[in-house]
Design a binder for this molecule. Sequence first.
Ligand code: ZN
Ligand code: ZN
Length: 532
Amino acid sequence: MAIEQRGRLIIVDAGLMFPEPNMYGIDIILPDFRWLYERVKDIDAIVLTHGHEDHTGALRYLVDRVKVPIYGAPLTVGFAKHRLTEAKLAGGLEFIEVADGERRKIGTFDVEFIPVTHSVPSAHALAIHTDAGIIVHSGDFKFDLTPIDGRRSDVARLAALGDEGVAVLLGDSTNAEEPGYTASEATVGVALRRLFLERPHKRMVVACFASHIHRIQQIMNIAVEQNRKIILLGRSMEANVKLARKLNLLHVDSAHLEDMANIDRYQPGQICVICTGSQGEPMAVLSRLARGDERFLPVGPTDTVILSSHPIPGNEWTVGRVIDDLHRLNTEVIHSGREAVHASGHARQGELRTLHQLVRPRSFVPIHGEYRHLVHHADLAMEMGLPEDRVWICEDGDVLALTESGLRRDGTVPAGFHYIDGTTGDLDETPLSDRRMLAEHGVLLVTAGIDRATGNLAQRVVVTARGWFEGEREKTIYAQCEATVNTALVEALAAGERDSAALNKIAQKAAGRTVGGRFRRQPVILPAITIL
Ligand SMILES: [Zn+2]
Ligand SMILES: [Zn+2]
């Protein structure tokens, strides 16, 4: 999101998306930054609400061209700085740490950082004071009244802003379909403690997000209570724990931490492993344990693996496969479908209503969520009394203009997706749709040779394919295809066509007609008609 005033811009968060299963070869998806690049001279800062990847993960692509100060809580900028340093991109960048409740002049704006609870510590809502009124951006939040670190959402400040008058509220919509209230993070600790207590002789392996410092804190507390040594597995787990301890956001005595190399010195019941990979990421620790290829920790019947997480939509299948693989190793697996070992970081309807009541905005824009979540959050805002013409459902690229008379639509800017392929770099939509066709329909190669002098077929039409049928059926299809292409080429040649590009096109079309019409397939067809 970019907010502009008097020709100057600030960017709020710069996140990435993870690909859907049919986005073959795509590692991550970024917002299309073209419009920001055009305005690069006008950008004053990047303001981060919190340290999750869907809010900071695109920074390493953005800061390449947009070199401006990055503001956020110490942990938030700490996470970002670590990732940028790893990518050797942090050089020359300015990271500015802000404290809870701090109000800062950033560019032409006054930005206030209001504490909110979420599934990562130090999350902030923003109050952006502008010439045309106050914009409140909820960030990702829930109202957890018993947070692990005792740092509650500053509802008093949100209410005070409501008293002052808020022009626009931008609100997290992730759980807008869910009635009631999101469980406190503390409830997860209760469930985990019971599961640990019931298994005194098991080695407990808990997978969770490496950024979920409060979850890690609770797991560590339970391990310490039960005299288990704590072993951290996964690069991001180790790095995040180190940073959070340094910032005094995670408390554990070094004596309780043990090195993976020493694991065999202990009985299973004396060990608690905390690892990454709760989303089934193939290269993360949990998947590797499930495949049995982690050198130091062969999991088996003496282990209980807890997935202290919920699959992000799209990851269900990969997570399911990891759970299956663990069962194959005779390992007990506990996940959020079986026990309350996870709590969401996002507000449900009850908390969203509270937010609306505290802020009482003149206009509302639902943000953060799939389209259906935005619609449900918009409905909730109207239930809370906002007239329909003050509620704006926006999609990527939509522009809103805020004036003293209110909010209105103001056109669009380019803001599509930008696909990143780990091996080849940037991609746009074309190669991706080719990959989809290759995966779903295979490829067909059509070859023939034409005698330039006579205009006759010097080499007969041959069709070969990959990703098609097997055996006799395949031969029939190829023969039909070859016959159609042959007829089409002979006709064109008789009519005097000698242009290689045109003949290739004709062959491609003829082959496409056969497979598309008779067999309802749309393979990628590669014609190779050579004029000899
Ligand atoms: Zn988020
Ligand atoms: Zn988040």
